[in-house]
Structures are given as C-alpha cells and as structure tokens.
Design a protein around this ligand. Structure first.
Ligand SMILES: CC(C)=CCC/C(C)=C/CC/C(C)=C/COP(=O)(O)O
Length: 278
C-alpha cells in the first residue's frame, strides 16, 4: 500500500500520529481528521490541555471542538515554530544557569559569606554614586574640556536611567524567585529585572572611561574587569538572570554609541545652559 494512502493516514490519526499528523493537517484537512476533531479528546490530550492551559500556543489544542471552526488558525498552533522552541530552550537554560550561579542570594546560600563584598560591588554600579560623583566632579572641574566630558556623562547617565526604566516597565520580567529584595534606593520599576540597570551603567560608564580618560593599560584592564564583575555579581546576588545582564551590557554599549553620536560640544552646552538660564 502506498505510504500516503487515505487508509494509512487514518491509521496514523488513530494511533495519534505525532508530528506527521501536523503536516497532514497543514496540507488539507481530511474528512477523518474532522471526524477526530468532533470526538472527545483522549486522556493524554486532555492532560496536555490542563498543563498548558488555553492559549499556550503549543498546538495540541486541535482536539477542542471549537478549533474545527478556524482551521487556518489551528495550522499555526499545530506547528510550534523553531524560533519559539529555541526561545523556550534559551529561557529554560537561562533560569537554570541563573539559579545555579545565584550562590550569594541569601546569607544561607553556599557563598553567603561573600554577600557583603557583592553588595559593595552593587553600590559601585548604583546610580546614586555615579550621578552624584559626576555632579561633584563637574562642580570641581575648572577646564572647559573636563566640563564638556562630565556634562555629557551626566546626560548619558540620565538617559540610561530613563531608557532602562522604559524597557523594564514594558517587559515586566520579574526578578528571580531566589532574590532577596534588599537593594537600597530603588525606583518602582526596579522590581523588574530586564535589563539590569547596573549592567547598562557599567557598560556605558566603562566605555566612557576607556574613551575619554587617558588611562595606562593596567587601569584599562581594571575598568574592564570591574564591568565584568558588576555583571557577574548581579547574577550571584540573585538579582538577575543571565540574560538580563547580557542584554544590559549590550544596551549600555549601544547607549554609549548613541551618546557619542549626539555628543554636545562645549559651545553647544553653553548655549544649552544659557537657554536654561544657568
Ligand atoms: C541622583 C539620583 C536621583 C539618582 C537616582 C539613582 C537611582 C535611584 C538609580 C536606581 C539604581 C538601581 C537600583 C537600579 C537597578 O539596577 P538593577 O541592576 O537591579 O536593574
């Protein structure tokens, strides 16, 4: 008998033909399939429906009676895309890895004794010392070149706070469950974790330092090390998942490029300050 005869198709259908069945549905719904749709769901499919809930998009909802009225929509649901599977796998790896790396999440964690030093690193990447420090240096600076760099840094840090706040409130990804929320001076959006504001600031500030300060090689290495340690400490403290930090680094890196692109020269700044009446 040929492999794709109607009888063999029906046999696959009755034996719950798996992925094969999905292709048959995509091409043209045979009469046997429509009959199957009106039959009560098998216990296995009922269980899957309960686990995934409605709208999970995993494609096993073909069994529900209502689905026979919208065959085109069903075709989409029956075939989880490769991208979807890849994203789900990445997310699962991210959660697993972040939990394993969250060794300083509480005092009772395996590396709980290193928590104070991790929190010190957290302070070094916090917005208050960065913005406060830049403002202080700006007041103390007596050269036009220095003022220009510092004012651009200040604007960059403010832009970073705004952009991170916007992305956090759009994505609304919860912080890891093992995180103990004992951070100081947070905004309300900081209950969300994507992207890591410390990581964006570290990448932005690190690039700023490397490009605008004349530093000896050991100091340049130290700056890069600090950026990496800030990122790692976010995951070790349980504040973030790995993807929050990786995306935070990318976002901070891009923000620096944006700041370079929109760089305000000292003459522009003086006009700007005059407009503000300062
Ligand atoms: C000068 C002034 C008003 C600064 C505000 C700085 C401030 C409160 C920034 C928030 C920093 C923060 C807690 C970010 C969250 O970082 P994640 O890495 O946990 O996303």
């Amino acid at each position: 008998m040929p492999a794709h005869s109607p009888k063999s198709r029906n046999r696959e259908l009755k034996s719950g033909g798996g992925g094969r069945l999905e292709f048959l549905v995509l091409s043209k719904p045979p009469a046997a399939l429509q009959r199957a749709a009106s039959e009560p769901p098998s216990p296995r499919h009922r269980a899957v429906q309960q686990v995934e809930g409605p709208g999970s998009g995993l494609g096993l909802r073909r069994d529900s009676a209502s689905s026979s009225s919208q065959p085109d929509d069903d075709c989409m649901k029956l075939n989880p895309s490769l991208l979807g599977i890849a994203l789900r796998s990445l997310l699962a790896i991210d959660l697993w890895l972040s939990k394993r790396l969250g060794v300083c999440a509480t005092e009772d964690s395996p590396w709980g004794s290193a928590r104070p030093i991790m929190k010190l690193i957290e302070v070094s990447g916090h917005g208050i010392p960065w913005i406060g420090g830049t403002l202080y240096c700006l007041c103390k600076s007596d050269s036009t070149a220095g003022q220009e760099v510092l004012l651009n840094l200040l604007l960059a840090l403010i832009l970073d706070l705004v952009l991170v706040g916007i992305v956090k409130s759009l994505v609304r990804r919860r912080r890891p469950t093992h995180n103990k929320m004992d951070m100081f001076a947070t905004f309300s959006v900081d209950r969300y974790s994507f992207p890591s504001g410390h990581a964006t600031r570290a990448a932005l500030g690190g690039r700023f330092f490397l490009n605008h300060l004349v530093l000896a090689v050991p100091l340049r290495v130290l700056v890069m090390l600090w950026v990496c340690i800030v990122g790692l400490s976010r995951v070790m403290l349980g504040r973030h998942n790995v993807t929050d930090v990786v995306c935070g680094f990318s976002m901070g890196y891009l923000q620096y490029s944006l700041v370079e692109y929109m760089w305000l020269s000292s003459s522009n700044l003086q006009t700007f300050l005059r407009l503000l009446g300062i």
